[in-house]
Design a protein around this ligand. Structure first.
Ligand SMILES: [Zn+2]
Length: 620
């Protein structure tokens, strides 16, 4: 039996033992319909079980595992958060083990990309949770995700946790173990993204680390910006090359092909140009051709070389900044090799692709080399997507950032979850076949709602949101559902997402009054939560209540900072209040490590309180 089927069998047995007792007597066959792996990206399964006997038939091995978890959900299991304390497992009699369920997901690409700060343990728990929620893909950015792990292990924002001496080898070991966790589950492994531009010159680009000195021999290959060829703002990862040079393109193409060959474990290799924007080459030759045309030339060369080598690796190309404007003359020759990835990084997250007032203009804005201003309204991004879809008919998915920065701007999480669900619901109309969510890895704060909306909508768009929310609160908070819902609804109303997206003026008196009321309300509600926690015996509900208490306390400490900021009180006073919040979050960081990315929470909150800017486009 393959490793994936063996793991699926072990999972089914373990859960059956917990649900029906050790001698459960269940007998469920696994059938994989496409053993030649031609359906690797196409999930689907059908489950027929009566009295604990039957079969799970699936398109591929991963879908058997997805089918196992769906079977468990059909009999009442809930995978609310990563880890055993996030699971609700019923006790049943095997006679009641009856499931008849057929499934084809609405989207093939259902995944998460590494971002934020994360430890190996927390990432392994997330990956364990993903197929339980129906997700199938994971993307480790750059060569091994070094930057994201380093942010956790060195704890730069938390003096209470000692920094560990983190290094490249450690990152590589974590990467390898994470890949084997993904392979064990048959998940689609995505890798790399940015970094090729300097890696192909022998300069490590494992994150946004700075480097000032440029080796003289490499200087001619770098993009000329403002008359100089150097690392863009001293960051190799953000540095483009002089792509009109055939030798530069050859270096990039060879590096991608070499890497694909050396890494057969990567199913989908992302070939992106530099990060950041307004940083492309301004030399005489580069000016004559659009960046997209030069990019497509390289894509075609990569495809030809991979074909020669007999490598099946899929290549993702990225629609981002200069590349929002499609090519004028070049065309992708072998669409089957590629997946187009649309990344509208500066878009608004208070507006959804599905909103009635979204206008998609016919004309694209004029391209002005290195002087482009990128819009925030989603309509313009849909216009870019539409133009690209006229040039490329192959597979395509969204790479979006709902849960990266705005997860700490929409403090109830309700509005953002709704936008996320509505976005995914119109994917089929937009020609998008899924989402890789570029987000913090620990995104179960303020509640697990957004993560469930992400996973569930990608499998099947949510049609009845009120009914979905009823089920979510009932599953997550059990007998405390009404109280939990009241808290989040209240925060949604009184602490508007729009205020933290700068759509309501800073210091708006009505908003500040709402903040004051909310602090009083939350303090009072905490007494009810504490009383409920004292009596609660079920582990997953205790966990939910403890997280609610933590969440309400973060708001009790954060809102006074926002009030002081809004009232334009001295910055020292704002910072004094913020220090209390920071200390509280730091003290609880380990306890809440699977739920909240404190590194990013501080980054966003401090950006607002210190600099007065809640929206920091581009972020870090
Ligand atoms: Zn150039």
């Amino acid at each position: 039996m393959s490793a994936v089927l063996e793991f699926a069998r072990q999972e089914l047995n373990d859960y059956c033992a917990r649900i029906f007792g050790e001698k459960h007597g269940c007998s469920i066959r696994f059938e994989v319909e496409n053993k030649d792996n031609t359906h690797f990206f196409k999930d689907g399964y059908s489950i027929e079980i009566h009295g604990g006997k039957g079969r799970i038939a699936a398109n591929n091995e991963r879908s058997v595992l997805l089918g196992v978890y769906k079977t468990l959900q059909q009999i009442g299991c809930r995978f609310i958060r990563p880890g055993k304390s996030g699971e609700k497992i019923p006790r049943l009699s095997v006679q009641d083990f009856n499931v008849s369920y057929t499934f084809r997901p609405a989207n093939d690409h259902r995944g998460i990309s590494i971002e934020g700060a994360v430890s190996e343990e927390d990432l392994a728990q997330l990956i364990d949770w993903m197929p339980k929620a129906g997700l199938n893909s994971y993307f480790i950015q750059f060569r091994n995700g070094y930057e994201f792990f380093e942010r956790w292990y060195t704890h730069p924002n938390n003096p209470l946790l000692p920094a560990q001496p983190f290094g490249w080898d450690w990152a590589q070991e974590i990467n390898d173990r994470i890949v084997s966790e993904l392979k064990k589950r048959g998940m689609v492994v995505h890798a790399v993204g940015h970094g090729w531009t300097c890696e192909c010159l022998g300069i490590s680009s494992t994150g946004w680390q700075k480097r000032t000195e440029v080796p003289a021999s490499l200087r001619p290959y770098l993009a000329q910006v403002g008359g100089e060829r150097k690392f863009f703002k001293d960051v190799p990862l953000n540095t483009n090359l002089c792509y009109s040079r055939a030798d530069v393109r050859e270096k990039l193409v060879s590096e991608v092909v070499r890497y694909a060959k050396e890494h057969p474990e990567i199913d989908v290799l992302h070939f992106w140009l530099a990060d950041d924007f307004n940083n492309v080459c301004e030399c005489e030759n580069c000016r004559k051709v659009s960046v997209s045309d030069l990019y497509v030339r390289m894509l075609n060369d990569i495809d030809a070389r991979l074909t020669e080598e007999g490598l099946p690796t899929k290549i993702v190309f990225l629609i981002y900044f200069d590349l929002y404007w499609p090519p004028q003359t070049e065309k992708i020759r072998n669409p089957d090799r590629f997946v187009m990835m649309f990344a509208p990084i500066f878009r608004s997250y208070t507006q959804s692709y599905g909103d009635g007032d979204v206008k998609v203009p016919n004309e694209l804005p004029a391209y002005v080399r290195n002087k482009n201003e990128y819009p925030h309204d989603v309509g313009m991004y849909l216009a870019f997507l539409r133009r690209w879809k006229e040039c490329f008919s192959g597979d395509c998915f969204d790479f979006d950032y709902h849960l990266m920065w705005d997860i700490y701007r929409d403090l109830s999480g309700l509005k953002l979850s709704e936008v996320l669900g509505r976005d995914i619901a119109c994917f089929s109309r937009l020609g998008l076949n899924g989402l890789i969510s570029c987000q913090v890895q620990r995104a179960f704060y303020p509640s697990p709602l957004a993560m469930h909306v992400l996973a569930d909508s990608l499998s099947r768009p949510i049609e009845d949101l009120p009914a979905y929310l009823d089920a979510f609160f009932a599953d997550t908070y059990g007998r405390h559902a009404a109280l939990a819902r009241e808290i989040f609804e209240r925060v949604k109303e009184k602490v508007p997402f729009e205020y933290f997206r700068e759509q309501i003026p800073l210091g708006d008196e009505k908003v500040l009054e709402g903040f004051r009321e909310t602090v009083a309300y939350l303090r009072k509600t905490q007494e009810t939560l504490r009383a409920a926690l004292e009596k609660e015996e079920e582990a997953y509900l205790r966990e939910g209540l403890e997280q609610l208490l933590f969440y309400t306390q973060t708001l009790v400490l954060l809102l006074p900072c926002c009030i002081a900021k809004g009232e334009k009180r001295p910055q020292s006073e704002v910072q004094q209040l913020y220090a209390q919040l920071q200390t509280y979050v730091n003290e609880n960081e380990l306890r809440m490590r699977g739920v909240l990315d404190a590194f990013y929470f501080h980054f966003i909150v401090n950006g607002f309180l210190e600099k007065g800017e809640m929206v920091n486009y581009g972020g870090i």
